[in-house]
Design a protein. Structure first.
Length: 211
């Protein structure tokens, strides 16, 4: 429990099937971030998080939902932090900060006296000042105000159905499909996209599924 995060109110057990609920949540594809900060001893720390979302442009606010039992929950309490949006070639560092520390991994920290640490090699980063925390049940919703940021156009790491993935095809890089009245036929395009994906995975016409 962090010093300032509000406590969750008393509640009844939901009775929901938690495994199914996790599967449902896993259908929502996300990017992957590592939130980095300095702990009380001044050491660089990080935690892999995919609950990142943008909240507001004015003021510029972002949010991460942090498990109450994670070290990051206390570590982010009233502390500046950086949200590092991971590139596809940062899988090792994502696992390292997700509870699978690799003692042989050399973490590419970028350190500056006047800023929280960040990681080299990410596709984008947002340096944040603590803004506010809110109760999120067994998580704490941590909002940060963005004070610096940068981006590089490289391929992001993504997460879907509990697995790390690379980004798929752009929808409109597919063969262009136009209906007879000249309007784009989005439904046809989506089906073609799926066919393309199946063909790439080696699924032939005889195995054809619902499109
Ligand atoms: C893809 C992925 C996304 C994750 N997202 C979150 C998240 O949004 N919030 C969170 O609290 N933990 C998340 N975790 C789990 C933490 O990374 C993990 O508990 C980590 O060990 C926390 O480190 P800490 O205890 O040093 O803070 C995620 C793990 C993975 C693999």
């Amino acid at each position: 429990m962090t010093a300032t995060a509000p406590k969750p109110p008393q509640h009844q057990p939901s009775g929901l099937d938690q495994r199914l609920l996790r599967r449902v949540m896993g259908e929502f594809s996300t990017g992957v971030t590592i939130v980095t900060y300095r702990d009380a001893e001044g050491e660089c720390r990080g935690a892999t998080m995919n609950s990142f979302t943008s909240v507001s442009m004015d003021p510029p606010l972002v949010l991460v939902s942090v498990a109450r039992q994670a070290r990051a929950c206390a570590g982010l309490d009233g502390n500046p932090f950086t949200v590092n949006i991971l590139s596809a070639n940062q899988l090792a560092v994502a696992l390292h900060f997700a509870g699978q520390p690799d003692p042989d991994l050399s973490v590419p920290w970028h350190e500056a006296a006047d800023a929280p640490p960040r990681l080299l090699g990410s596709t984008a980063w947002l340096q944040c000042q603590p803004w506010q925390t809110y109760d999120g049940g067994d998580h704490v919703l941590v909002l940060g105000q963005v004070v610096r940021h940068d981006v590089r156009a490289i391929e992001p790491l993504t997460f879907h159905r509990g697995e790390f993935r690379r980004l798929g095809l752009k929808m409109f890089q597919m063969p262009r499909t136009v209906s007879f009245d000249g309007r784009p036929a989005v439904e046809w395009a989506a089906s073609l996209h799926q066919l393309h994906g199946l063909a790439e995975r080696g699924v032939g016409p005889d195995d054809c599924l619902d499109l």
